[in-house]
Design a protein around this ligand. Structure first.
Ligand SMILES: Cc1ncc(COP(=O)(O)O)c(C=O)c1O
Length: 409
């Protein structure tokens, strides 16, 4: 039986594409360091786990479609602590991960064939939801040499067409690590106001900003553009709850929220256990997020220092989140990443990276780049740098020998 044509058009996740090769390597007893996916080795906070251990409610029911009230209350407190005291529980829709919030937001703001501006490279799963809802993502290039910061207002505005409905940003950014400045956020808000575009801001990594930089949240502008601003948020990274599958969509646009609630009712609810557990976020020590940030800053510093030593590798220091985009001295980073899993071994160990081409919508871009997630302990990251350096050297030696043989034939 034939599937739909549109199903065939859903792009493969660059983050998971090479997983079968990693599984084969592991089945053969090879130790694979995973720098390919943002699933950190840091622990879920104890107060949240205690809720799981003490779980009594039987049966485990659905939660309300908008969200479980204790979790909504805890989130309201969280946003108030950040200084956004206007946020009420009625402005929050709980979603099954930020992933679902992205899907809801695109569906709620665009008709089929409408356009959404994104800054390239961008989080690859946006493409999945854009495909699902027949939305066209229009990439605006940013560059490694300028730390992937935004182009000027005129350049951004030049991408706006009558079909443009929204700008989708991510700050701190996955995959680049860039944290948009207050001035950049102001610029985007002004553009959206002038052209009546929705501004969708994915802030899954809000607290992970380094060198005393502070993230400027869309929440700071939400009252200025109440109809246009949509915050996409996640519990996954902030509280090491990737597997709990919880995210949030926050907006002051009540008719948009009402429509989204109707979709949410169609899928009944996010998990009751997950939400009850996550509601314990207000029991965490006040410096919990500061500690997490310090840990990632240390990891970034170790990895950055190591990567800078690798000849031919080009990288800028990420300002936030836990990813690097690195340009490697190889022609085809995807081939290199596959080879790392299929051929390269050093003391029976290898690394898994994500080829960065999947974070670009423009064909041909990012071909020699990889995304590296610093989700492992510093000592493991040091070992990963060693492995990467050896691998690049060996891979280029082999590629050179192969091309020599080919040219003699
Ligand atoms: C930028 C960004 N947005 C959204 C998500 C999805 O998060 P969630 O686990 O909440 O679905 C991720 C996950 O890696 C991400 O990096």
């Amino acid at each position: 039986m034939k599937t739909s044509q549109r199903l065939l058009k859903i792009p493969t996740s660059p983050i998971r594409k090479l997983t079968p090769y990693a599984q084969q390597a592991k089945a053969a007893g090879v130790n694979v360091y995973h720098l390919n996916i943002g699933d950190p080795d840091t622990l879920t906070p104890e107060p949240m786990l205690e809720v799981l251990h003490a779980w009594k409610q039987n049966p485990i029911t659905y939660a309300h479609s908008q969200g479980h009230q204790p979790f909504l209350n805890a989130l309201k407190m969280y946003y108030h602590h950040l200084g956004h005291s206007f946020v009420e529980t009625q402005d929050i829709q709980i979603t099954t991960g930020a992933s679902e919030a992205i899907s809801f937001a695109l569906f709620a703001t665009c008709e089929a064939n409408d356009e959404v501006l994104v800054f390239e490279p961008f989080y690859s799963n946006y493409q999945v939801y854009a495909s699902l809802h027949h939305v066209k993502l229009v990439p605006i290039p940013t560059e490694l040499r300028t730390g992937f910061h935004l182009p000027d207002e005129k350049t951004i505005a030049s991408y706006i067409t009558p079909k443009t409905r929204a700008i989708l940003i991510c700050t701190p950014n996955n995959p680049t690590g860039t944290v948009l400045t207050a001035e950049e956020m102001t610029r985007l808000v002004a553009i959206c106001k002038q052209h009546q575009l929705f501004l969708l801001s994915d802030e899954a990594y809000r607290e992970f900003t380094y060198d005393n930089k502070k993230q400027t949240s869309l929440l700071s502008f939400m009252q200025e553009i109440p109809e246009l601003a949509i915050l996409i948020d996640s519990m996954s990274k902030r509280y090491n709850l990737c597997g709990a599958r919880l995210g949030m969509l926050v907006s002051l646009n009540q008719s948009l929220l009402q429509g989204i609630l109707q979709i949410a009712q169609g899928r009944l609810s996010s998990g009751l256990i997950d939400q009850t557990m996550a509601a314990a976020l207000n029991q965490l020590p006040l410096d919990y997020l500061e500690q997490m940030k310090n840990e990632y800053q240390q990891r970034r510093d170790v990895l950055y220092a190591g990567l800078k030593q690798i000849p031919g590798l080009v990288v800028t220091k990420p300002e936030g989140a836990f990813y690097f985009i690195a340009q490697l001295p190889v022609a085809d980073a995807e081939d290199f990443c596959r080879w790392l899993l299929t051929d390269f071994r050093d003391q029976n160990e290898t690394i898994m990276l994500t080829p960065a081409a999947g974070f670009y919508a423009t064909p041909g871009l990012g071909k020699s780049e990889v995304r590296i997630a610093y989700v492992l302990k510093c000592e493991h990251l040091k070992r990963c740098v060693q492995l990467l350096q050896r691998a690049i050297h060996l891979y280029n030696e082999q590629t050179y020998v192969m091309s020599e043989i080919a040219s003699e034939m």
